[in-house]
Design a binder for this molecule. Structure first.
Ligand SMILES: [Mg+2]
Length: 271
């Protein structure tokens, strides 16, 4: 993954206003949104990662706008998103870092995975269960994620080291890749990333579509690199880190940063 160690510039009210002007003038807008850490706070119990208050209303406003394509892009299974989001309107989502695509029509498409990769992921689960319990293991079509958020915080780093030692030989043998994430480790089939998801979406859209992507994860960097020359790439964060995103949108309490962004985009598109 190419990652430029550059400083993202702060996304301020001025950038928001300029973006609003582009949105009001455009014939088509595409907004990509990561879920955890972007629309919802990162919480220890991932089954309870509810969106920030007000996010659902703001998303539903955007979902009603015909010239806007709203796309959720998450590392989660797509089936996990709606129980948390509870949107009254159907939405499009890419799950498992681009391995699953739920269209707004409800049609679900899955990336095809080589048989050997299935075998590697199966063995990875088996080995991880020597170390962690069933609830800590998340099986996805193209990956396995092991979460240490339920482990004693002092011991969690040691668990991650041991897990990496268990998984490295499997990844090598079955041509899979390891990926660190916040409080966990994931083994996944290479070549299925959020970047492929955004490229696939944009291939269905006019070239002059106004595009923005908001995310906070290392896995969002794939999409930032791909989109950097095509739209606004916005890292959600409280601190700077090396990123391919052009902008940094600072986290505010109760998700005010993201709610403002979404409402302001909806108002511009409704103009
Ligand atoms: Mg995230």
């Amino acid at each position: 993954m190419e990652r430029k160690a550059v400083r993202a510039k702060l996304w301020t009210a001025r950038e928001q206003a300029d973006f609003g002007q582009k949105l009001s003038a455009c014939r088509r807008a595409v907004l990509f949104l990561d879920y955890d850490g972007t629309l919802a706070p990162i919480v220890p119990d991932r089954d309870n990662a509810r969106p920030y208050p007000g996010v659902r209303d703001a998303l539903e406003r955007l979902l009603e706008i015909k010239r806007c394509r709203l796309v959720l892009v998450s590392g989660r299974r797509v089936t996990e998103i709606q129980p948390l989001l509870q949107s009254r309107l159907p939405f499009e989502a890419w799950g498992s870092h681009g391995g699953e695509h739920l269209r707004v029509t409800g049609q679900l498409e899955m990336a095809s995975i080589p048989e050997t990769a299935h075998e590697g992921l199966r063995i990875a689960v088996e080995r991880a269960l020597h170390l962690l319990n069933e609830q800590a293991i998340e099986r996805k079509p193209n990956s396995v994620a092991a979460h240490v958020s339920g482990v004693n915080a002092e011991l969690a780093p040691q668990y991650l080291i041991e897990l990496e030692e268990l998984w490295e030989p499997i990844a090598e043998e079955f041509d899979l890749e390891l990926l660190d994430f916040h409080q966990g480790l994931e083994m996944r089939v290479p070549g299925i990333t959020k970047s492929e998801a955004v490229s696939s979406v944009l291939s269905e859209e006019p070239q002059d579509a106004v595009v923005a992507y908001l995310g906070d994860d290392i896995t969002d960097e794939d999409a930032f690199s791909t989109l950097r020359d095509f739209g606004e790439t916005i890292l959600i964060g409280s601190e700077e880190r090396p990123t391919s995103a052009k902008w940094l949108l600072k986290k505010e309490p109760e998700g005010r940063h993201i709610i403002n962004f979404l409402h302001s985009a909806a108002s511009a598109l409704n103009r």
